[in-house]
Ligand binder design. Structure first.
Ligand code: AKB
Length: 311
């Protein structure tokens, strides 16, 4: 069967990369990009685009039926730092859009849903090193609460209604194509732009705040990997831990200095540091490795080299 794919949130950091890769794989005409925002010109020119508010169920149903959609990648979310400034808006956007797609899946309007969770679903009393797949989860942010709740709802729809919903707990994601917006991990992208432009960066996290991170090509590989895995291999229906590498701002600055010796970092810590301190520092993803063969390609050094070449 020819899959017809809809990406919700296609103008965002993950969406931009995912649309390009899925269009190469499945054919441009079979991958419908959608967002509230105007997409980049190359996304608009390379295949179908629909303006969609993911909290508008009637509009979602219209687009799914118009294009005969079989799979949805739901990437719409208000990230951690922004959602702390407007908690109710963050909760409503993150949960309402998820419920619409879960209900449409239950009604068999399409066949398979991808919905991302995050390391933000963990919390201050979660073990910080090599955080296991199953452990204490006590998120302290609205975004994290929405991700943990969403995971449980995905599992519920799978167990109760047999809905094929699949999910990954993303770390901070680093890409050169689109900048992130409103996350706690955004510094790890900003730093490359400022390093190239100004030769210096003022960081809002403390120098020793470690977080798990991943280069975008690996995140895209994992996302498509779990969606293409045979259903029986996807045994976890809350969300899978995923890992590549971890670093502190100081360690990232040192890695950049190997390529740009004059690069300087300074610190002006703000409220995002407290959010980061409540998250894991490294992740154990062996369940994803065992179940559906996940393995990252990029090391920290390879990511830094490529980012500095391409931003
Ligand atoms: C954020 O910082 O909010 C996100 C995330 C880790 O989910 N990048």
């Amino acid at each position: 069967m020819q899959e017809k794919i809809l990406i919700l949130g296609s103008s965002g950091q993950i969406g931009t990369d995912l649309v390009e890769t899925l269009r190469q794989k499945y054919g441009s005409e079979n991958v419908v990009a959608s967002d509230l925002r105007e997409p980049a010109a190359h996304i608009l020119e390379s295949g179908p685009f629909e303006q969609v508010d993911a909290t508008d169920r009637a509009r979602l149903e219209e687009v799914v039926s118009k294009h005969g959609i079989t799979q949805i990648y739901h990437l719409v979310a208000m990230l951690s730092a922004t959602a702390e400034k407007m908690p109710m808006k963050g909760w409503d956007l993150n949960m309402e859009s998820l419920f619409h797609t879960l209900e449409m899946l239950r009604e068999k309007q399409f066949n398979r849903l991808y919905w991302p969770s995050s390391i933000a679903a963990f919390g201050p009393t979660t073990p910080k090193q090599d955080t296991p797949q199953s452990t204490v989860m006590d998120p302290g942010t609205v975004y994290g609460i929405s991700k943990l709740s969403g995971e449980l709802w995905c599992d519920y729809y799978f167990k109760k209604y047999g809905c094929d919903v699949r999910s990954l707990r993303y770390t901070g994601l680093i890409s050169y194509k689109t900048e992130p917006g409103g996350g706690t991990t955004d510094y790890a992208v900003d730093i490359f732009h400022k390093a190239k432009k100004d030769g210096s960066y003022e960081c809002y996290l403390a120098e020793d705040t470690a977080l798990p991170m991943m280069y975008m090509p690996d995140a895209i590989k994992a996302t498509i990997g779990i969606m293409e895995a045979p259903a029986e291999q996807v045994k976890v229906r809350t969300s899978y831990n995923l890992a590549a590498f971890s670093f502190t701002p100081k360690q990232l600055a040192e890695a950049i200095q190997k390529e740009l010796p004059d690069f300087k970092i300074s610190y002006n810590v703000d409220s995002r540091n407290a959010i980061a301190l409540g998250w894991p520092q490294s992740i154990d993803d062996k369940v994803a490795q065992q179940d559906w063969g996940w393995k990252p390609d990029y090391s920290l050094e390879e990511m830094v080299k490529e980012m500095l070449e391409k931003v």
